[in-house]
Design a protein around this ligand. Structure first.
Ligand SMILES: Cc1cc2nc3c(=O)[nH]c(=O)nc-3n(C[C@H](O)[C@H](O)[C@H](O)COP(=O)(O)OP(=O)(O)OC[C@H]3O[C@@H](n4cnc5c(N)ncnc54)[C@H](O)[C@@H]3O)c2cc1C
Length: 402
């Protein structure tokens, strides 16, 4: 019996990883990637960091050389947007009207940046998701002197740091009282705001744009809710994404092996995954998670169904501050601190019901790795011991022998 053709919708982190992992695991059926993007899959995290700053060449940003797709017999069809599909008929409809048949379907369509409704459609107002967006922002920053960032989430904060490293003036406005507080909690959010201020970013929280001033097709200034008028050359709107599917609720419901229906899998930003280790359903927008989802789905397709168990992990680099995060915390989890806040080398453990749910680390990789093992062990943790720097945390990790 020949293997069923696998069609992957989305040529990003999850889609590309699925295709190559299928071959690695010996799957010899047809594999096709349909991607709305104009470019073959690339390393998205570079787009707000090294690529934006001109520190890595374009060739290094792509995940694979063009030849690798043909060598691995992966058909990649760019600028092909899927607009509809039928599970019963096992077909997808492309924007061109053409139909594509699938045996197994993998959907990893990520999201598109959310817009500010009243922001003008000017050529110096950008959002950032694609390689071309990053190239356009890079060009605009070469010509412009002052960047306005609307939104101080991870992407806004990383672009702000990159722009400062390029010697640009940066005005960062954020509607919340503390940046990144939803993702990292108030205290860490405040530390992040002060890191940016220390690097010369004008961070204004609890602030929004009340008026856009344009001239000759470009935004030249904004009036802010604090009443001040600010001249700007480049604007980046970075206020999160809208998922790339008409989804009700917070994502596509899948099972532990990322299966949404018989022979249909979802990966990456869109998947609402009942995580077998964390014991709760989570949807996260992280690069490593999308890639790991892709590899897990490939395992299920090539070798038989298997749950996807790896803990969520993400990192963010801003200036010389490296943040790492493992697991998944909720707003009301208890936070236990360890390390030196002033020296910017610390970790925060998030505890619920006596179990560790997540660990966030700033310039503290080793502790982050051990924290991940403690989460996976699912054993009770003692808050005082975690906070005590004289205790070697590695000794708290249960060994296989028990
Ligand atoms: C600038 C930037 C920096 C980031 N930095 C980090 C970081 O430092 N650390 C981290 O953990 N995460 C980071 N992320 C997040 C990470 O990149 C995403 O979580 C990850 O790319 C999600 O993978 P995905 O496969 O779900 O979606 P994507 O990688 O977005 O891929 C989606 C693909 O689907 C295609 N597509 C969408 N709709 C259709 C359709 N209808 N038909 C066909 N194709 C379609 C798109 O064109 C795209 O190719 C960053 C994201 C951005 C934008």
């Amino acid at each position: 019996m020949s293997a069923k053709p696998v069609v992957i919708v989305g040529g990003g982190g999850g889609g590309d990883a699925t295709a190559f992992a299928l071959r690695k695991k010996g799957y010899d059926g047809e594999v096709t990637i349909l991607s709305a993007d104009r470019d073959r899959p690339y390393d998205r995290p570079y787009l707000s960091k090294e690529f934006l700053r001109g520190e890595v060449e374009l060739q290094k940003v792509f995940l694979h050389d063009e030849a690798e797709y043909s060598n691995e017999k992966i058909e990649i069809r760019l600028q092909e947007r899927v607009v509809a599909g039928s599970l019963r008929d096992r077909t997808l409809t492309l924007q061109s009207g053409a139909e594509v048949r699938f045996g197994t379907l993998v959907v990893s369509t990520g999201g598109t940046p959310r817009r500010v409704p009243d922001a003008p459609d000017s050529y110096n107002v950008f959002t950032l998701r694609s390689l071309r967006d990053s190239q356009a922002i890079r060009d605009a920053l070469e010509r412009g002197k002052r960047l306005l960032l609307v939104g101080a989430g991870f992407i806004g904060a990383e672009v702000g740091a990159s722009a400062r490293q390029l010697g640009k003036e940066v005005l960062m406005i954020e509607s919340a009282p503390v940046p990144l507080s939803r993702a990292l909690g108030e205290e860490v959010g405040k530390i992040y705001a002060s890191i940016h201020r220390d690097h010369g970013v004008d961070v204004r929280t609890a602030t929004t744009v009340t008026e856009w001033h344009s001239y000759g097709g470009r935004v030249t200034a904004v009036t802010l809710s604090d009443g001040r008028r600010e001249e700007v050359d480049v604007v980046l709107i970075a206020i999160g994404i809208v998922l790339g599917l008409p989804i009700e609720g917070s994502g596509v419901r899948v099972d532990e092996g990322l299966r949404a229906a018989d022979g249909v899998y979802c990966a990456g930003d869109i998947a609402l995954h009942p995580h077998p280790v964390l014991g709760e359903s989570i949807r996260v927008e992280h690069w490593e998670v999308a890639k790991h989802h892709g590899r897990g789905i490939a395992t299920s397709i090539a070798s038989g169904y298997a749950p996807v168990t790896r803990l969520p992990y993400f990192w963010s680099d801003q200036y010389d501050v490296s943040l790492e995060y493992r697991g998944h915390a909720a707003g009301d989890d208890r936070a236990v601190w360890r390390g030196d806040k002033e020296a910017l080398r610390f970790s925060v453990f998030y505890i619920r019901g006596g179990l560790m749910k997540a660990v966030l680390s700033i310039n503290d990789t080793k502790v982050n790795e051990i924290g991940g093992k403690l989460i996976e062990s699912r054993g009770p943790v003692d808050e005082k011991t975690l906070a005590d720097e004289s205790v070697d945390l590695a000794e708290l990790v249960p060994t296989a022998a028990g």
